[in-house]
Design a protein around this ligand. Structure first.
Ligand SMILES: [Zn+2]
Length: 126
């Protein structure tokens, strides 16, 4: 059975979306992704790079190292929450609506972990 590209509801074989609203939301998603894909990549690369660098630095200077890791995780989290762009095979298997939701939850997870690490660093080292 064919599914709506946006919300994953079952639709007739000849359609791509269940209604105009799903089509509009899908097009909004694609245009947002097109506009911000560079910003998304740059912030994620900085964040994903900062996490191991911070962990490495924490062996030399725990406060700076843990802070860098915590802020990098928060940066990835905020970027992914504001610009939830799932990878392509997630979109094709879950469809846009659910893939965006799952991606956003991963972002929230990074944000929570980063914040927890930052709070922990204050509690331990101050
Ligand atoms: Zn739909």
């Amino acid at each position: 059975m064919k599914k709506c590209d946006y919300c994953a509801k079952e639709i007739s074989y000849y359609d791509q979306y269940c209604d105009e609203e799903c089509e509009r939301k899908a097009l909004d998603f694609y245009s947002l992704r097109e506009r911000y894909t560079k910003v998304f990549s740059i912030f994620n690369i900085i964040g994903v790079f900062g996490i191991p660098v911070g962990l490495f630095l924490s062996a030399i200077d725990a406060i700076i190292g843990f802070s860098l890791t915590a802020f990098s995780m928060m940066l990835v989290g905020i970027t992914v929450v504001l610009l939830p762009f799932p990878v392509e095979n997630m979109i094709s298997s879950l469809k846009i609506k659910k893939a965006v939701f799952v991606t956003r939850m991963i972002g929230v997870g990074f944000l929570v972990l980063g914040t927890a690490l930052f709070v922990l660093r204050i509690l331990i080292f101050n």
